[in-house]
Design a protein. Structure first.
Length: 451
């Protein structure tokens, strides 16, 4: 009996010790952030949001980078920043456009780029079996895509040649367009300056007031340079993405766009065949332009200008063009994909993007503080230009068909190529669009034969 009573006492004492330890543990969890409870919570958080995997950037490594820039531009935009962070990484420049001809020549020599700047679209990467989706790597490295301005990543995803909405690259530079205007011409004819949020109808009305000839100078209200951007607002493709059937005469967006061109042309004195007047000539009142041209305009003596938001279609207020912000891509066959990704990540860092923005390279990032510094190193801030207005609109929904035609600003653009041909033709809009259908049907056939 005594032994039994002693055993019970021991059990009770052990239970008390256990309860005391549990209470102490709970109390510690409430008051000590470094306690076991906090540690357990941290471990659970780590399981839900694992840390980005470590990548060895300390070993000596040379990555090949393919783009059309020279060494000086590469240094200014890439290597100054990359070498500062990763002194053991070296970038070997392959100074060529990323197109099928250049890639075939490199492949024949046994040279394979690790990183490429896809100025000419993503179809060539699919054609050369070099396309490498970054989605898994972005997830593993916990890379934040919300850093990019809305519409830039979406435009790259939309151009996945496989139609799977995969992200084959990260935007390198932004495509930002506005309506530039020459204050001197507006002042000369007593016309009020353009404003943010104008429609194309309002712009044409302004152009009518500014198109005239005085003292032998032919003033154009608005020219046709970059007018394909008005089409890029309409989210239309020239072929059916599923079948490749041409859509030029069937989709009303094309007739709508070409009608706008016709209305601009119909302003007496606004268009002459074989004559192209440019904003820098100081006789053009308004011009659609990419903001990257802004620093060069400041060097033109006597050119007093500003800009407003891109004009909108009446049924699409506040919607600007959707453009392919050509991306940094990684070669599927690179043996150093993770290191290549870290280099791209470094190029797209806030620090480097601020540096590039200050010299006049539009950043694809969403940070307005970076946008505000555009061209600061070139003296643009002193001009108090309306960059805020230019950035005030949103991008149209991206449109893409694997059968084309592609509409790239720095690459092939079938719509751009048709503008002056249409203006110089004698037929009506539908006749011209049917001609485009016939012409592009042959191109689609050739594309299919290559597949």
């Amino acid at each position: 009996m005594a032994n039994k009573r002693g055993f019970i006492v021991v059990i009770v004492m052990l239970l008390n010790l256990f309860l005391f330890a549990a209470c102490a543990s709970q109390e510690t969890g409430k008051t000590d952030n470094g306690g076991d409870m906090q540690k357990a919570e941290d471990e659970q958080d780590l399981e839900k949001n694992p840390e980005a995997p470590a990548v060895n950037m300390d070993e000596n490594l040379t990555l090949k980078i393919m783009l059309p820039w020279g060494e000086d531009m590469l240094k200014e935009r890439v290597t100054d920043t990359v070498y500062k962070k990763y002194p053991n990484i070296k970038l070997e420049l392959l100074q060529q456009l990323v197109n099928s001809t250049a890639l075939q020549e490199l492949n024949a020599k046994g040279i394979f780029p690790d990183i490429m700047l896809a100025h000419d679209g993503l179809d060539v990467l699919q054609e050369m079996d070099m396309a490498y989706p970054l989605d898994d790597m972005i997830e593993r490295f916990r890379y934040d895509l919300t850093r990019f301005r809305a519409g830039t990543v979406e435009a790259v995803r939309a151009r996945d040649p496989e139609g799977k909405n995969q992200l084959l690259g990260l935007p390198a530079e932004d495509m930002v367009f506005g309506l530039f205007y020459n204050k001197e011409i507006f002042d000369k004819f007593g016309v009020k300056y353009p404003t943010d949020g104008m429609t194309w109808d309002e712009v044409i009305n302004l152009a009518k007031k500014l198109t005239t000839e005085v003292d032998g100078v032919k003033y154009r209200g608005i020219n046709f340079l970059n007018m394909e951007q008005a089409f890029a607002q309409l989210s239309a493709t020239g072929t059916d993405p599923a079948t490749g059937e041409t859509q030029f005469s069937k989709n009303p967006a094309f007739a709508k766009f070409f009608d706008l061109l016709k209305r601009m042309q119909s302003i007496p004195g606004n268009y002459e065949k074989d004559v192209e007047d440019y904003f820098q000539n100081r006789n053009v009142a308004m011009q659609v332009e990419h903001i990257y041209r802004t620093p060069s305009f400041t060097t033109i003596e006597g050119l007093n200008f500003d800009m407003v938001s891109f004009p909108s279609w009446p049924d699409k207020p506040g919607v600007g063009p959707s453009n392919f912000a050509y991306p940094w891509v990684i070669n599927k066959h690179s043996e150093h994909k993770e290191q290549a990704f870290k280099v791209i990540e470094c190029i797209l860092s806030d620090e480097n993007q601020l540096t590039l923005t200050r010299i006049g390279v539009p950043s694809p990032l969403a940070d307005t503080k970076i946008h505000e510094q555009f061209g600061a190193a070139k003296g643009l801030q002193e001009l108090n230009l309306n960059l805020k207005g230019v950035y005030s609109i949103k991008d149209a929904e991206p449109a893409y068909s694997p059968y084309g035609p592609e509409t790239l600003f720095f690459g092939g653009n079938y719509i751009r190529d048709q503008i002056r041909k249409f203006l110089d033709s004698s037929g009506d809009i539908q006749t011209y669009l049917r001609k485009m259908d016939d012409e592009y049907t042959t191109i689609v056939k050739e594309k299919r034969e290559k597949q």
